[in-house]
Design a protein around this ligand. Structure first.
Ligand code: ZN
Length: 450
């Protein structure tokens, strides 16, 4: 059964009020089972403030989906940001637009307020993977319960759920007591460069916050949340050898050549590292010979060589995914050690380019999940478990994770087929997921960090 058909079954029972459903066993780790704390009076009034606003929330979502905001369509990204900004201003947030010229993107929307509780960093994004040239541009209601549209779950749906949660919290009179920094990136789907600059505001917000919550759609199953996902980066291996007539290879003054040296390194990577849990690395591109140039785009190059000449140079490029900063560091150390032991008359070097940092499964992240799970069960929606990190796609919360001990993602609008022209939301979920998010934020605002 696909993840999406499982989702549809789960969505149906989540949407039926009060009906608790059994979470999918699958390969997900067991939840931390804690006693359910029933909703108190304030939480009940937060919950009851949600449904009367669902229609206006869905109308806003339709409006946002119908504005193209492909990452490189800066005007569209700014327009989506402007609409959310006006809504946040009305709720008493201090808002600002961070211009993205310095990193080649539209920019980010940041909204803040300060109350008495721990600071919550809430993460959204304004852009989608669908540029104006894509045929997929419009909100389309498929059935009474489903809507297809670009970004409807990834993640304009999550952005609007966050906003609707704020409205419910305001209606219940508790928003003013909360400390919140909401960051809506304009370039989540394709981060600007240099990446350090493109994510500087998110990192600064993380450093002063106690909890980070991402409103992405996650795995699509509302009974899962993301508390760990692998980070991804890339590496480039360069090997050099001593060119000579091939008939002399392996001679003591000629050695083994660059291609054998690269092959040695790759084979040792495979034998020493390929069985480690959660670690993958993949050489995806290799060129070697006597005259080698590779372009900087990671995807091309030229090599000239002859079968009767010992290779002078070889370049191999690959990616690498790890679950924790420790696993990333130890893998790099092992790779460096392998690289440094070269065959006769050859040499190798390796460089690493970090992409997404890992979201490691910390105790703080598990604690967030247990609070979210408790809210879900108190609402009668059933348990929430951690999604298998191997199935969790990259997202901005990973950039905050190294600076914040408690981070979780996938609090947004669930659905299926994101990043395709079949991206679909189950809009029956909109109200229940807004309630769950709002009460979760409220409980967090009253939970001192450990
Ligand atoms: Zn997204």
């Amino acid at each position: 059964m696909s993840i999406y058909s499982r989702f549809r079954a789960a969505a149906a029972c989540l949407a039926a009020a009060g009906l608790a459903c059994t979470p999918q066993p699958a390969s997900a780790p067991s939840p931390i089972v804690a006693a359910v704390t029933p909703l108190d009076k304030t939480e009940q009034s937060i919950a009851s403030a949600v449904d009367p606003r669902n229609a206006e929330g869905l109308a806003l979502l339709e409006r946002l989906v119908n504005i193209n905001s492909g990452t490189m369509n800066f005007a569209g990204v700014r327009e989506v940001g402007g609409i959310l900004r006006a809504e946040l201003d009305k709720l008493g947030f201090e808002t600002r637009w961070v211009d993205g010229a310095a990193f080649g993107r539209a920019g980010h929307l940041i909204a803040e307020r300060t109350g008495t509780g721990p600071r919550l960093l809430l993460i959204g994004h304004l852009d989608t993977v669908f540029e104006p040239s894509n045929h997929f541009q419009r909100w389309e209601k498929l059935t009474d319960s489903t809507v297809r549209g670009p970004g409807v779950i990834d993640m304009k749906g999550g952005d609007v759920i966050m906003l609707q949660a704020f409205k419910a919290l305001a209606a219940a009179g508790v928003l003013d007591k909360m400390s919140i920094t909401a960051v809506f990136s304009g370039d989540e789907e394709s981060a600007g460069q240099p990446q350090g600059l493109a994510r500087a505001d998110l990192v600064a917000a993380a450093k002063k916050s106690q909890y980070a919550i991402g409103f992405e759609d996650g795995s699509g199953d509302p009974h899962t949340a993301v508390i760990s996902r692998r980070g991804a980066g890339s590496w480039t291996l360069t090997s050099t050898g001593t060119p000579a007539h091939s008939s002399q290879i392996f001679r003591s003054d000629i050695g083994d050549g660059a291609i054998f040296e690269s092959a040695r390194v790759l084979q040792e990577f495979r034998t020493q590292l390929s069985t480690q849990q959660y670690l993958t690395f993949n050489p995806g591109f290799a060129i070697g010979g006597t005259d080698v140039t590779s372009d900087s785009s990671q995807s091309g190059g030229q090599a000239l060589g002859k079968t009767n000449v010992v290779a002078k140079e070889m370049i191999v490029k690959g990616d690498m995914r790890t679950l924790s900063p420790e696993q990333l560091a130890s893998t790099k150390t092992t790779m460096q050690a392998i690289v440094s032991r070269s065959l006769p008359h050859t040499a190798s070097s390796i460089t690493f380019e970090d992409g997404y940092p890992p979201l490691a499964p910390t105790d703080g992240n598990r604690r967030l999940l247990s609070i979210y799970d408790g809210v879900s069960r108190a609402l009668g929606y059933g348990s929430v478990v951690a999604v298998d990190p191997m199935r969790a796609g990259a997202a901005d919360v990973s950039f905050a994770a190294p600076y914040i001990p408690s981070a979780m993602d996938a609090v947004g609008l669930a659905g299926w087929d994101d990043h395709t022209d079949k991206e679909t939301a189950d809009i029956r979920m909109f109200g229940p997921l807004t309630k769950r998010a709002a009460i979760f934020l409220y409980r967090l605002s009253r939970t001192p960090p450990k």
